[in-house]
Each structure stands twice: as C-alpha cells, then as structure tokens.
Design a protein around this ligand. Structure first.
Ligand SMILES: *Cc1c(COP(=O)(O)O)cnc(C)c1O
Ligand code: SF4
Length: 519
C-alpha cells in the first residue's frame, strides 16, 4: 500500500464510522415528513384562517366548532360555480358542514377538485334516478333495536351517533346522518348493549354511525367498555372518517383510551390521494402505534376516483402509511348519489389494473352492498351471476339473489386533463392489459410469443420431456394407448394460424392445447 492508498482507506473508514454513528433519519416514513422550513410538514390553510394560532388550528374542538356550512362563508374560501351555488341553496339538502382543515385542502379555483366534489353539493344532487331508494341497504328493517343492524350471523353494525366531522354528499345513511333529531343517545346505546348481551352468536361489533369518534371522549369510552364487558364479543371495529376530516382528533389521550380495549381494529375512508396529508400520516402513525390494524374503505365515485391511475396512486399512498385497502365499494343507490354512479365495468377495470400490477397488500376487494340488504357481495365469479348493459345480477353468501341497476348515463373522466393519467407508468417491456380495454387494439401477444410461436411455449415444454406429455383422460381414443406425440423438430416451422383461425377440435376430439395432440 502506498501512502495514497492508506489515506484513501482511512478516509473510507472514517466515512463509514460517521455514517453508523449519525442518528438515522428515516426519510421514507410519511409520519416524519418535513416541510420546506425543516419543521414537521403541514398542509395548506385557506387564507381566511391564516392568522389562527397553531394551538387553536390543531385543536380538534376548535376545528369542529368552526366548521363551515353556508353559501356566504364557503364563497369566501372557494370560487363557487353556479351549480354549486344552486346545491348550497337547495332547501332540504343533506347537511353541509366542513372542517376548516378539510376545506383548506381544496383548490379554490378548480371546480373538479376531488375533495371538493365529495363535500360541496351540486344542484344535480337533488335529481332522482331509477332504482333510487332512501334506505337502499334495508338497514332499518334489519335493526332489532334502533341503530343496531344485525344482518350477518356473527357480526353487527352498531350506529352510535348520526353526527360526523364533515358530511359526504354520497353518504349511504343520509336518511339519518347529520340529523340531530334522529341522534342515538345513552338510552339507545344501553338497548344496543342489552341486545348484544343476549345474543351470543355475535363475535364482532362494528361501531359506526355517523362517526363514533365525534362523540364526547367519555361517552365513546363508555361504549367500548360496555362492549368489552360482554364475554362473547371477540373483536371490536371502528369505522371512521374522523382521521380524514379531522386528523387532530387522533391525539395521545384518545390512543391511550383505545389501547385499553384491544382487540380493536379500525377502518378509515379515503377516496383520493389528496386526502392523505402529513397531518393524516401522523394521526395514522399514532393509531398504528396504539396497536390498531388500519384498513381503508373507498367508494368508487365518478369525478373523484373513477380512474385506474388515481386508484393506484391512492392504494400506494395507503400502504406507505401502513393502511391496508379493505373494500372498494360500488356507489349505493341512495338519494343524492346519482351523479357519482359508475358502471360496474369501471370497478372491474380498476381491479384488473391493480391485481398483479402491484402488491397484493394494495389491492382491495371490490364489493356491491346488495340493494335490499343482502350484505356486501364481491364482484367476482360465483357471486356475479349475470349482467346486461343495464343490470347486474348478484348472489350473496346465503344464496339471496339481487340486482344492481347500472347508471343510465355515465361520463368517463377526461384522461387528457387527469394528471394521474398523464403520469401512467406501464411496466417495462409490457403493454398494460388496460391497453385492450382502453385502446384501439384488438389483441396483444405477450413478448416473445411469436419467437417460440403460437402455443410455442407448450411445444418447447414438451420437447424437454416428451414422456410427460403423453395424452390421457379426456378425449383419448378407446383402445389406443393414447397415440403418438407429435414432436417438433428443432427449428421446424409449425403451421401459421391467424388469430381465431386455429382448427377447433370436433366434439369428442381432444383439444390440442390442453392435452397434447393425437395424430
Ligand atoms: C359492512 C357491514 C358489516 C361488516 O362486514 P364485513 O364484510 O365483515 O366487513 C357488518 N354488518 C353490516 C350491517 C354491514 O353493513
Ligand atoms: S363520514 Fe361516513 S357516515 Fe359520515 S357522511 Fe361521510 S359517508 Fe356518511
């Protein structure tokens, strides 16, 4: 070693030591994301709240009591369109109330902002549509006591309040949600608990509403405790949109309460990547540290997330935050949701664009909540019985058969203006499956399909060990040993068949591709 090399080796050693001794900063953890000022990242705040001290802004009680709900107030934050003004002035509309934090995430100039479309009503919302129902899941009919929906054998939905932190225009439960005169209080909670004490087959309770996390902390804890005192209840789940609308609510005090009542799971409700802010990442991190497995349920909504690329960005952001996509729901046939509806084919297209193209963890189950109350039905073979251009026929786990009426009109989103479509990333060397659904092409052959020729991969396989490919079983000619296997000589040209021109076996004849060819 010369002096030069020694010097270089020492420098390298020092650098390695400095590296291992320096505190490790995990830049990949979204809960620790820093803003340009080097402090924890924060999301945008609308100018009207610029002067609110941080201590108030970060206080969930302040956020709840400063929600915006009327036209004049909202007009100070967003540049409203005529249709939004019509929606906001409609008498008898579903409740509007939006936390300052959440409305601040909206681009004030963009009428198609995906967060805006979820919380700002349009005049169109008032339009009725075929198959529209007030209680499309027949929850009221399945409630043995008010607010407790017992539809499945071993689990129940427990509605503990009708209040939410903000209100989604497409809400399935808009018949009761937001209405303070229909609220559930201690008396109903006690009746619900009493039913559960007497019903030992229930092992799983899903607390929802409304949103249980908007309840006074003491009241919410008394419900958890009431449930945990019932020995046959194994798991408790919370379904909540509070971490989306009001991440400030997920504070240490709440997490300490939650931790006491394990096994406790939580499902959140994100529909678009814009909803996952630094504040949300930190709230979710607290929930994860408190030991709650976190899931997500999205609703497929026209104009919000009816796009494979948006959905893919959403599920990636979810798993990066340790949130497991659980369900993707078809929009329910409920009042106010007409303009959000998509055909079932859109959901299938999205599922096809996820499965295999990304981690299994990132793929939710696509479900239709059965109109009439049969429960959630996965949109997949065995459950999807039939479909036409206007109806889908489905069966549930019990054999109950139901139909979902497709929307009479659907305007697919504009790919040319969708930032997510512009940034699509097809896998290298592979044409995306979606090419067939979206493009002009009629067929796509996998790469190297031509080189080994049509069905060439099978032939190549056989050549390795012809004895494995002696046909038997289906189609074998009686009395014959199975025939001779046609072995291709290396380099021989198999016959050229155009797409769809391959000779089809006649009845009783073996099929070449599945069982080898009898000559
Ligand atoms: C969604 C729901 C459940 C829970 O269903 P899972 O598929 O187990 O998540 C239970 N009861 C009712 C009434 C529901 O709507
Ligand atoms: S948070 Fe849930 S219950 Fe509340 S309005 Fe939205 S969809 Fe309805």
């Amino acid at each position: 070693m010369d002096a030069h090399e020694i010097k270089a080796a020492v420098a390298h050693q020092d650098a390695t030591r400095a590296l291992t001794e320096a505190p490790f900063v995990n830049l990949a953890d979204p809960a620790r994301a820093l803003g340009p000022d080097g402090k924890l990242a924060v999301s945008r705040r609308a100018p009207i709240w610029e002067d609110v001290p941080d201590a108030q802004w970060n206080d969930w009680r302040w956020q709840l009591s400063h929600r915006v709900n009327d036209l004049d107030e909202i007009e100070k934050i967003l540049e409203l369109t005529d249709e939004e003004r019509a929606g906001l002035s409609a008498p008898g509309k579903f409740r509007v109330d939006i936390t300052p934090y959440f409305i601040s995430l909206i681009d004030p100039k963009d009428p198609s902002d995906p967060i805006r479309r979820q919380v700002i009503p349009l005049g169109r919302e008032q339009q009725a549509f075929t198959a529209m129902m007030e209680d499309s899941l027949a929850e009221d009919r399945h409630s043995p006591v008010p607010g407790l929906v017992h539809r499945y054998p071993d689990r129940v939905l427990m509605l503990v309040t009708t209040q939410c932190a903000s209100y989604c225009r497409y809400c399935t439960r808009s018949r009761i949600v937001g209405d303070p005169t229909q609220n559930f209080n201690r008396r109903e909670h006690e009746a619900q608990l009493e039913y559960l004490r007497r019903t030992p087959q229930v092992r799983d309770v899903l607390i929802s509403g409304g949103d249980g996390l908007t309840l006074a902390p003491k009241l919410f804890e008394s419900i958890l405790r009431g449930l945990r005192e019932i020995p046959h209840i194994e798991i408790i789940r919370i379904g909540s949109r509070v971490p989306v609308f009001l991440p400030q609510r997920i504070d240490d005090e709440l997490c300490e309460v939650l931790e006491k009542y394990h096994p406790l799971w939580i499902n959140l409700h994100f529909n678009h990547p814009n909803e996952i802010t630094p504040e949300v990442s930190r709230a979710v991190d607290k929930l994860a540290k408190a030991g709650l497995p976190i899931g997500n349920q999205s609703v497929l909504l026209a104009g919000v997330n009816d796009c494979v690329h948006i959905q893919r960005a959403l599920v990636h952001k979810l798993v990066a935050n340790r949130i497991r996509p659980y369900y993707l729901y078809q929009c329910d046939l409920v009042e106010g949701s007409g303009h959000f509806r998509t055909p079932v084919g859109k959901g299938l297209e999205i599922m096809e664009g996820l499965r295999g193209h990304t981690s299994g963890y990132a793929v939710p189950t696509y479900v239709i909540d059965a109109p009439g109350g049969g429960g959630k039905i996965p949109v997949m073979p065995n459950y999807l019985i039939s479909y036409s251009d206007h109806k889908v026929v489905l069966r549930n786990y019990e054999g109950y058969i139901t139909t979902y009426e497709e929307p009479p009109s659907y305007q697919a989103h504009d790919k040319t203006s969708c930032a997510y479509c512009q940034h699509e990333r097809p896998e290298p060397g592979k044409t995306c499956v979606l090419g067939l659904l979206e493009g002009e092409r009629m067929w796509i052959e996998p790469q190297d399909f031509r080189e080994t020729h049509a069905r060439g991969n099978i032939e190549a396989h056989r050549l390795q060990d012809p004895s494995k490919w002696v046909p038997f079983g289906v189609g074998a000619i009686e009395g014959s040993s199975g025939g001779t296997l046609r072995v291709l000589e290396a380099g021989a040209e198999p016959p050229e068949y155009g797409p769809g021109e391959e000779p089809r076996p006649r009845e009783g004849e073996p099929t070449g591709s599945a069982h080898g060819e009898l000559l």
